[in-house]
Design a protein around this ligand. Structure first.
Ligand SMILES: C[S@@+](CC[C@H](N)C(=O)[O-])C[C@H]1O[C@@H](n2cnc3c(N)ncnc32)[C@H](O)[C@@H]1O
Length: 241
């Protein structure tokens, strides 16, 4: 994938196919790069998000845009009694997830689905999670509409995302790492420089936490959020009213 083929950012038509091609291309190196580029901090964000999702002991949990299933496996590990389903629209990512599930002896289902057009019936899950996938959707309101539809009343949605870097000195330092250093390391390790310049560009174009909160409220959720690691990540929790 060259720079011209990388996905467009924000909510635009034609984004989905390019996002699929990009994740298919980097699937083999995705896990390694996640750990290296976040310096391992993503594990603590995921733990916190998983606890938020499992707070009410859900019977069925859907992890949307599950990728290589790290988050779905973490949910199953913490809550063995819950039925955990992960879904994603890139088969190569799901295949790596299935391999990890077998290795870890964890029984989760991994299914190919488009988050904007889920095949699950209304009210089929008590919790729904989405870690670092939402930003890649071509239509945020449509994604939230689907999340709301498949959750049962009182069900919880948990979205973990990278908000745009803050304007203060710390934010500038982070921006330097995110925009200058990360794409170079990501490009070298994955052999796909375009994918790792898409990452900071898509984060810069993503709605700030207050705006995402409003979008979630518009979809019908009662919602709150918390900034993690000085605002590098944001954890949004919504309840279907
Ligand atoms: C950055 S990865 C995150 C994967 C995983 N949740 C994690 O925490 O490592 C984003 C994932 O979102 C998936 N994705 C993006 N848009 C999607 C959509 N419309 N439907 C299903 N999956 C989607 C991509 O295929 C990719 O696997």
């Amino acid at each position: 994938m060259n720079q011209a083929e990388k996905p467009p950012v924000g909510e635009v038509e034609g984004k989905a196919e390019r996002v699929q091609q990009m994740f298919a291309a980097i699937s083999g190196r995705y896990d390694l790069l996640n750990r290296v580029l976040s310096l391992g901090v993503d594990q603590s964000w995921r733990r916190e998000a998983a606890h938020a999702a499992l707070a009410r002991a859900p019977r069925r949990v859907l992890d949307v845009a599950t990728g290589t299933a790290d988050f779905a496996l973490g949910l199953k590990h913490l809550s063995p009694q819950s039925e955990v389903i992960g879904c994603d629209f890139v088969p190569q990512m799901l295949e790596i997830g299935r391999h990890k599930a077998r290795q870890q002896h964890l029984d989760i289902a991994l299914e190919q689905e488009d988050a904007l057009n889920l095949s699950y019936p209304n009210s089929s899950f008590q919790a729904l999670t989405c870690a670092f996938g939402f930003r890649n959707f071509a239509d945020y309101a449509r994604g939230l509409e689907e999340f709301y539809r498949v959750l049962s009343p009182g069900g919880r949605v948990v979205i973990l995302e990278f908000p745009p870097p803050r304007a203060d000195a710390l934010g500038q330092l982070y921006r330097l790492y995110f925009e200058q250093v990360l794409p170079k390391i990501g490009g070298l390790v994955s052999g796909n420089a375009a994918a790792y310049s898409y990452l900071p560009e898509s984060v810069a174009a993503f709605p700030p936490p207050e705006q995402l909160k409003t979008l979630m409220e518009t979809a019908g959720f009662r919602t709150r959020y918390r900034l993690l690691s000085f605002g590098i990540a944001a954890l949004h929790v919504g309840v279907k009213t």
